[in-house]
Design a protein around this ligand. Structure first.
Ligand SMILES: Nc1ncnc2c1ncn2[C@@H]1O[C@H](COP(=O)(O)OP(=O)(O)OP(=O)(O)O)[C@@H](O)[C@H]1O
Ligand SMILES: [Mg+2]
Length: 271
């Protein structure tokens, strides 16, 4: 397929303008977002989501990130859900290989850009399933189709929960501990490391830290998994210094890596 097929000509832009009258609740989606996100195949995937009655319409954009655009969509039962659309044409795509190669769940084999992005969306979807299965606070996955991931909306009414970086915590120590506990649970019970954990990828909702944006998450047996774990610990420990919480990264690392029984063994030996 030539790359021209991914971009829109004037006639198609007109067609999309017409369709978006129906698809969108008019406000907030500008021309640039439209062109960036809705190549032809993405548009037909959205049409399928609507004709399958999974969503009724897309309400408004929540965020436009490096690789995807996040929208709030409304279901036929009038429930808000999140649609994360990975852009085919303009996502920062090179780094994806680093996390896909080395993950035994995915075959890389010199995939096309489009296939890589579909795989990336599957990766986030599968990682969310893992988080859900071990009871981590994170959006529940709903569906993944091509480059679109549907998941639970974290927020109140139609207001997305704020990122950790935008909240002035009244209980930073508790939140810090909850984040470390989630990291440990992920590591011990799902063999999973987030690989981009930071104040940008944690939402504060109902006083709990919700982990999001886990497309790059890898399993323990990825060759760089230990480095990624250390990097995640470093970002979290560094962030909480502003709350005067000074934790030792090595101790946190040991805590995450230590299995339940091991703690008691060490504890009993030293007593
Ligand atoms: N399930 C959700 N519920 C509510 N808001 C969400 C949800 N998922 C994502 N968001 C919002 O959208 C933003 C971007 O999401 P995410 O980090 O997953 O995408 P991204 O494309 O990787 O973005 P970035 O490049 O900024 O990291 C989040 O910071 C958050 O504000
Ligand atoms: Mg993010």
């Amino acid at each position: 397929m030539s790359s021209d097929d991914f971009f829109l000509n004037n006639k198609e832009i007109k067609r999309i303008d017409f369709k978006t009258q129906k698809l969108f609740n008019h406000i907030g989606v500008d021309r640039k977002t439209l062109d960036e996100v809705f190549d032809k195949s993405t548009l037909s995937t959205i049409e399928k989501l609507i004709s399958d009655r999974i969503i009724d319409y897309i309400d408004f954009p929540i965020s436009s990130g490096k690789e995807g655009n996040v929208f709030l969509a409304i279901t036929p039962k009038n429930k808000p859900i999140v649609l994360k659309i990975y852009r085919i044409s303009t996502s920062t795509f090179k780094h994806m290989k680093e996390y896909i190669i080395g993950d035994p769940r995915f075959n890389f084999n010199h995939k096309s850009r489009r296939d890589t992005i579909y795989t990336w969306a599957s990766k986030e979807y599968k990682n969310l399933i893992k988080l859900d299965s071990i009871g981590i606070f994170a959006p529940k996955p709903i569906k993944k189709i091509d480059n679109i991931l549907l998941m639970e909306f974290i927020g109140k009414e139609r207001q997305a929960a704020p990122m950790l970086k935008d909240v002035q915590l009244t209980n930073p120590k508790t939140i810090f501990k909850q984040i470390i506990t989630s990291m440990k649970k992920m590591y011990q019970n799902a063999d999973l490391i987030h690989c981009d954990l930071s104040q940008f990828n944690i939402l504060i909702h109902q006083k709990q830290p919700y982990i999001i944006d886990i497309g790059q998450g890898v399993l323990k047996d990825h060759p760089l998994s230990e480095d990624y774990l250390k990097r995640d610990i470093h970002s979290i420990v560094s962030y909480f210094k502003k709350y005067d919480i000074h934790e030792d990264e090595k101790l946190i690392y040991d805590k995450i890596k230590r299995k339940k029984g091991e703690y008691h063994a060490i504890h009993q030996d030293s007593s």
